[in-house]
Write a protein that binds this ligand. Structure first.
Ligand code: SF4
Length: 200
């Protein structure tokens, strides 16, 4: 499991870039942005078209470029989130979700991956797998899912639990055709048997 890397602002922008694309295209967009501008202040102050051009491989670059600059503007000076390392998690969460277009999942990515703090991102895979396994109330909004996820995650296991559910969703518990016949969790999974594919 990768240790916290300590770069909250990088994680925040990376998470914005991850919307509606895959990890590879997200990373290409991020690296192009970092290569073209030597600081986040330079990204904030550049013409928006230059940001859009740099992050184009990540998709919906028009929307993301505007959002990135709005976030950097809203953070103000200094452009730095390292104070979160020593702040109460709830205070940092409040700060992050008040930024334009930032929700609980993005906030949790920053707090957990950058600083190793107690928060757990619930993305579409984690939400689907957790709901099928009966960990979440079906149809619960993402705010509730994050609170529930935190309640059931043992302290110190935040990163591992998130990654395990995410991988299970990507590799086995697919949205359309979950591989139930070969799933290790099949015996404990309450997802209605009538919905599950059966082995032939
Ligand atoms: S048994 Fe099927 S629905 Fe349940 S966790 Fe496994 S793959 Fe997902």
């Amino acid at each position: 499991m990768a240790p916290p890397h300590g770069h909250g602002l990088d994680e925040l922008i990376l998470t914005v870039l991850s919307q509606s694309t895959n990890d590879r295209n997200r990373d290409v967009a991020f690296l192009r942005l970092r290569a073209r501008f030597d600081s986040w202040e330079a990204v904030r102050d550049a013409p928006v078209e230059e940001i859009e051009e740099a992050i184009r491989p990540g998709g919906i670059s028009k929307v993301k470029s505007v959002r990135i600059q709005a976030i950097l503007d809203a953070i103000g000076d200094p452009l730095d989130l390292s104070w979160m390392k020593d702040a109460p998690v709830a205070e940092s969460q409040r700060f992050l979700v008040a930024l334009p277009g930032v929700g609980r999942k993005t906030a949790a990515c920053v707090l957990l991956f950058a600083y190793g703090l107690r928060d757990v991102p619930v993305d579409t895979h984690v939400s689907r797998v957790g709901t099928r396994l009966g960990l979440f109330r079906p149809g619960a909004p993402f705010e509730e899912l994050h609170d529930a996820m935190l309640d059931l995650t043992p302290r110190g296991q935040e990163h591992e639990f998130h990654i395990n559910l995410l991988r299970h969703g990507r590799r086995t518990c697919h949205a359309q055709r979950p591989k139930c016949p070969e799933c290790d969790l099949r015996r404990m999974c309450p997802w209605p048997a009538s919905s599950r594919p059966t082995s032939s």
